[in-house]
Design a protein around this ligand. Structure first.
Ligand SMILES: Nc1ncnc2c1ncn2[C@@H]1O[C@H](COP(=O)(O)OP(=O)(O)OP(=O)(O)O)[C@@H](O)[C@H]1O
Ligand SMILES: [Mg+2]
Length: 318
């Protein structure tokens, strides 16, 4: 955000007594300062707005960035160009990336970039990879929520850990990733439990609602049908990553073939055998062919290796 804009926003929020907005603006400032590696200023500001009053440096000392293991930091490496996406998915993701990159422009017009994404699709078709690729494109860290650390058997504890997780993320420009979102956002009405699940989902939704737009929330699910009904409308983008069709597998194999010396058989042959598989399964088979071939050199025959691996795949499937 342009500085003058921030300042205006800050003063307006103060004048109108809108504490929520005031905090959001300060959090944007903190995120900006952190990005510029001005950690002292960022920590001090964070202390000033923190509800607990605890010093930020105390809270984050050990471990430094993972908030007691609630979040695992992933160094993003995958690129958007590495992924085969449906055209409509590719378009909406590129739009969100542009909105994030050019949020100053949006803000001068009183608009915020979209920042809540849900990725839907069966296993092995790129949900996690896409979340990582978005972080790479935006050059921000990726924090992955760890359910192991988050979900506690003690009553009430999970909700407060969730609150701590969100509090940590709010002052950082980042991709915040919740994999298997249904694990934590299950339909509340369906359960005869003590109310613990209700508390967790409410606390989750509250955290999601309060996230500033510099935190790009990405959630992934294979089972969107079990998600709590109230979660759906919170997400501004629902992107589908379905399993590839035969033609899409062929194109994927062609792309992989162009990066190496090919696979000894035509992409079409591979696509026909692999129809119904995920991208991940296709990729694994292609890598298997290359591995067996390379280790069999100098006598190895690429075509024979490929035929042998494809034959094995057919047997496995039948
Ligand atoms: N659409 C895709 N385009 C290119 N490669 C892909 C695609 N989908 C998956 N892959 C390859 O398969 C691997 C596994 O995919 P990924 O972990 O992203 O799937 P996922 O949808 O998150 O699966 P899960 O639901 O099991 O978590 C990736 O590392 C990538 O190499
Ligand atoms: Mg995944």
């Amino acid at each position: 955000m342009a500085r003058s804009d921030l300042l205006l926003n800050l003063v307006e929020a103060e004048r109108s007594g809108d504490r929520q907005r005031f905090l959001m603006v300060v959090e944007s400032v903190i995120a900006e300062e952190r990005k510029k590696h001005h950690h002292l200023v960022a920590d001090r500001l964070e202390e000033l707005i923190s509800t607990t009053g605890a010093s930020a440096t105390d809270r984050y000392q050990s471990p430094p960035v993972t908030q007691d293991g609630l979040l695992l930091e992933v160094i993003p490496r995958r690129r958007l160009a590495d992924l085969s996406l449906l055209p409509e998915t590719a378009t909406s993701i590129s739009e969100v990336i542009e909105e994030q990159r050019r949020r100053d422009v949006l803000r001068t017009h009183g608009l915020e970039p979209r920042h809540r994404l849900m990725l839907i699709g069966p296993p092995g078709n790129g949900k996690t990879t896409l979340a990582e690729a978005i972080a790479t494109e935006l050059m921000v860290p990726m924090y992955v929520a760890s359910y192991e650390a988050l979900i506690s058997s003690y009553l009430g504890e999970t909700a407060s850990r969730l609150a701590a997780l969100f509090e940590f993320a709010r002052t950082r420009e980042c991709v915040l990733f919740f994999d298997e979102f249904d694990t934590i956002a299950k339909e509340r009405a369906d359960r005869h439990d003590t109310g613990e699940l209700k508390r967790v989902v409410s606390s989750l939704l509250l955290g999601v609602d309060r996230l500033p737009s510099h935190v790009l929330l990405v959630t992934a699910s294979n089972h969107p049908e079990v998600l709590d009904r109230a979660t759906g409308r919170r997400f501004q983008v629902h992107a589908n990553l379905p399993a590839p069709s035969q033609a899409q597998i062929r194109r994927f194999v062609e792309r992989m073939a162009n990066r190496s010396e090919g696979f000894g058989v035509t992409p079409d042959t591979i696509a026909k055998t692999m129809t119904g598989s995920s991208y991940s399964e296709v990729e694994n088979l292609l890598l298997d062919i290359r591995r067996r071939y390379v280790l069999g050199l100098p006598d190895a025959d690429l075509k024979r290796t490929a035929q042998e691996r494809l034959g094995r795949w057919r047997n496995q499937k039948s």
